[in-house]
Design a binder for this molecule. Structure first.
Ligand code: ZN
Length: 322
C-alpha cells in the first residue's frame, strides 16, 4: 500500500505588483521571502516564495507576478481559499493588526469548530487565519520567522488547509481518498472536510460543492495550483502511478531544482502537483541570506543579466528582515 501524501506542500497563486505582495506577505503577515526566483516557463515574471524560516513544505505560499494583469474571479474549478494556522489566542492580535494596516477582512466566524478570520490580499486573494489550540500546532518556534511586531506567540505556523470549489464532490473526492490518502472527517450543508491521519501540519482540505456555480477565472488574485508533498522520489513515483491508474494524465517528473514535481489536472478542473519534500530552498543559498538575491536554476544562470534587467526591483521591509 502506498503511503499517504504529506499534506499541502505549497500553494502557488497569481499576483500583480511584486513589491505590493512582498510588502503584504512579509511586512503585514510576517512571513519570510525565502526565495526570489523567476517563473521557469516565463522568465519575465517573478516567482516569489513566502514561508517560515526556511520555507519548509507546509508553509510555502508562492506567487507568479504579472504587473498589470487583470483581476481574476473565484469560482468552480479553483482553490478558492487559503487557510493559515495561528495560535487561537492570537486571533484578536491579528484582527487589530489587519485593521491597523487597512486590510479588508470579515468578522471572525466559526467553521468546523474553529474560529476563522477571513481577509484579502492586495490582489483580492482570499485567505483566512484559523485559530488552532497551541497543542495542535505542528511547527516548532525555532522554525518561525520573526518580525519586529509579530512574536512566536502570534506568528503564522503553517497552512491549516485549503478550500477547493467543485461542481460535484465526485470530481474531487476520489483523488483525495484513493490517491492522496485523505479521509472524510466532517460535512456541513455545502462543505466536506478531509484530513490526513497521523499528520498535523497542513493536513486538512475542504471541498465546497457548488453545482451550477460560476467558473473561476484564473488571473490576478486567484490560485494557480496546489501541491501535495511526497516523502521522496520513490514515493512521488508511487503516487504518480495511483493518479495514472485513476485515468488521469500526470506529467513526467519535472526538476524544479528546489523539489521535483509532477502535475495533473483533476476532473474538477483544478491543477494538482505532487512535489518532493527536498532538497528545499537552502539548496543554492545560505539560510541566513535566503531570498535576498535573485535565485536562478543552473540552466538559467547564463542569462542572469538579461533576466534581471527585465524584472522590477523589489525590496524587503525592514521590520521583516531579522
Ligand atoms: Zn508548484
Amino acid at each position: 500500500m502506498v503511503e499517504r501524501a504529506q499534506g499541502i506542500h505549497h500553494i502557488t497563486a497569481i499576483g500583480s505588483d511584486p513589491q505590493q505582495l512582498v510588502d503584504f506577505y512579509t511586512g503585514v503577515l510576517g512571513l519570510r521571502l525565502v526565495k526570489k526566483s523567476v517563473n521557469q516557463d516565463d522568465v519575465s515574471a517573478y516567482h516569489l516564495f513566502f514561508g517560515d524560516r526556511t520555507g519548509e513544505p507546509g508553509m510555502d505560499l508562492t506567487f507568479f507576478t504579472f504587473p498589470g494583469v487583470r483581476r481574476g474571479s473565484h469560482g468552480v474549478g479553483q482553490v478558492t481559499l487559503v487557510s493559515l494556522a495561528v495560535p487561537d489566542q492570537a486571533l484578536d492580535f491579528w484582527q487589530a493588526r489587519l485593521e491597523r494596516h487597512g486590510v479588508h477582512h470579515e468578522a471572525v466566524a466559526e467553521r468546523f469548530g474553529l474560529p476563522r478570520l477571513r481577509f484579502y490580499d492586495p490582489d483580492g486573494q482570499q485567505l483566512e487565519l484559523v485559530g488552532v489550540p497551541v497543542d495542535q500546532l505542528a511547527t516548532q518556534a525555532s522554525q518561525l520567522w520573526t518580525h519586529a511586531d509579530i512574536g512566536t506567540e502570534q506568528a503564522i505556523r503553517h497552512f491549516h488547509s485549503a478550500s477547493l470549489s467543485a461542481a460535484s464532490l465526485g470530481s474531487v473526492e476520489p483523488i483525495l481518498l484513493q490517491a492522496l490518502g485523505y479521509e472524510r472527517v466532517n460535512q456541513d450543508e455545502h462543505r466536506t472536510l478531509y484530513h490526513l491521519e497521523g499528520q498535523q501540519r497542513a493536513s486538512a482540505l475542504e471541498v465546497e460543492e457548488a453545482p451550477g456555480g460560476p467558473a473561476g477565472l484564473n488571473a490576478s488574485g486567484t490560485v494557480h495550483h496546489i501541491a501535495f508533498g511526497a516523502t521522496d522520489e520513490a514515493h512521488q513515483l508511487a503516487l504518480r502511478e495511483l493518479v495514472l491508474n485513476m485515468g488521469l494524465h500526470p506529467t513526467q517528473v519535472i526538476d524544479r531544482y528546489y523539489f521535483k514535481s509532477v502535475y495533473f489536472r483533476i476532473p474538477a478542473g483544478i491543477l494538482f502537483e505532487i512535489a518532493t519534500m527536498g532538497p528545499g530552498f537552502t539548496a543554492d543559498e545560505d539560510e541566513v541570506t535566503l531570498g535576498e538575491r535573485l535565485a536562478l536554476p543552473p540552466f538559467l544562470e547564463s542569462q542572469r543579466e538579461q533576466i534581471e534587467a527585465g524584472l522590477p526591483p523589489v525590496h524587503i521591509p525592514a521590520a521583516s528582515t531579522s
